[in-house]
Design a protein. Structure first.
Length: 165
């Protein structure tokens, strides 16, 4: 009896986790990107469409200065940018912070030399992209199609190598 309950519980947890990971609606893999407004570090208004769908592969990293796992991903993103940065590829980091000074400090401290953008309302990303936690890394194709979501670690390099043959 205990074993049956445990199996059912594990199955339920796995099903909920799988649903949470794949229920992205209009921003699921295979769909075109959904545009949203951002600011550049100099305060200029911009949009995701200023970068995505322009003929390059674009890796978008949603992060925050206070997020340990986000900062832990930065050395990997530095290597990705160095290895792929000149090959029809652009790396964007979109900070979900409201404190610009702390974000700029984290960018400088972590050697984040690629394009940095800020969006001050997490609900925009949560509602349009189904992002529930960060880091959340999405790979967009040259035409703006979402190729991969939820990339981390070595999975980023594998996805880029798969598509950028």
């Amino acid at each position: 009896m205990k074993k049956t309950i445990l199996v059912l519980l594990c199955t339920l947890v796995f099903a909920c986790f799988a649903q949470a990971q794949t229920n992205y609606g209009t921003t699921a893999v295979g769909n075109k990107f959904v545009d949203f407004a951002v600011k550049t570090f100099d305060g200029t208004n911009a949009k995701l469409s200023d970068y995505v769908g322009k003929g390059n592969y674009v890796l978008v990293d949603f992060w925050a200065y206070w997020c340990g796992p986000c900062l832990g991903e930065m050395p990997n993103l530095q290597k990705i940018n160095a290895d792929f940065g000149k090959k029809n590829f652009q790396l964007l980091s979109v900070s979900l912070d409201k404190n610009w000074d702390k974000t700029r400090k984290a960018v400088a401290d972590n050697g984040m030399t690629w394009t940095q953008l800020m969006i001050e309302e997490f609900d925009v990303i949560k509602n349009s992209y189904g992002v529930k936690s960060i880091p959340h890394i999405i790979l967009f194709g040259p035409d703006g199609t979402i190729l991969e979501r939820g990339l981390r670690g070595e999975g980023i390099r594998s996805a880029l190598e798969k598509y950028m043959k």
